[in-house]
Design a protein around this ligand. Structure first.
Ligand code: GDP
Ligand code: MG
Length: 171
């Protein structure tokens, strides 16, 4: 039986330095690699099996030049099927960045809120509760993760968002 290939486009959004590229590269390669391009926007293609079904991922690793440059919501929503909103638990500003960015991104598009760098608990500035409250507000899923230490959990974020996207496409 020839199955229809599923295409899924995910944009990774967040302030500079929160680990958008680290999470993306972790998902793509299963590795935590220092030597990737930090300072440009990159689009990756990736084939994967999800519940035995082939999925063709396109991942846009966005790259705002500073914490004042919010994502272009129109452009993003036109392209993306789903959005990963990423902040760092060690960076209060990056949490505020998501709160500002999401005003424009309030949408039907599936969203997943990710709090990265949980390995750096000693530098925590944003509590788990605050993340959960924001996720409730956004009506989206939430998880705390470490691109540096977690392999399976990072992949699960992308797969869970993908499942939500496919479910919403089938509606
Ligand atoms: P981006 O600007 O959002 O793409 O952030 P990067 O992926 O370039 O990461 C910024 C810095 O944070 C780099 O030095 C990464 O090595 C580091 N980093 C990313 N994720 C983690 C993490 O989960 N834990 C720790 N400790 N450092 C991380
Ligand atoms: Mg980057």
């Amino acid at each position: 039986i020839r199955r229809k290939r599923c295409d899924v486009k995910i944009a990774v959004v967040g302030a500079p330095g929160v680990g958008k590229s680290a999470l993306t590269v972790r998902f793509l390669t299963k590795r935590y690699i220092g030597e990737y391009d930090h300072n440009t926007e990159n689009k990756y293609k990736h084939e994967s099996l999800l519940d035995g079904e082939p999925v063709h991922f396109e991942i846009l690793d966005t790259c705002p030049k500073d914490e004042h440059e919010l994502p272009n919501a129109n452009e993003l929503l036109q392209w993306a099927d789903g959005i990963l909103l990423v902040y760092s638990i060690t960076d209060r500003q990056s949490f505020n960045y998501i709160r500002k960015a999401r005003t424009d991104l309030t949408t039907e598009t599936p969203v997943f809120l990710v709090a990265n760098k949980v390995d750096m608990v000693h530098l925590r500035q944003v509590s788990t509760d605050e993340g959960e409250i924001l996720a409730k507000d956004l009506e989206c899923r939430f998880t705390e993760v470490s691109a540096a230490e977690h392999v399976i959990q990072v992949a699960e974020i992308f797969y869970d968002l993908c499942k939500e996207i496919l479910a919403s496409k089938r509606k």
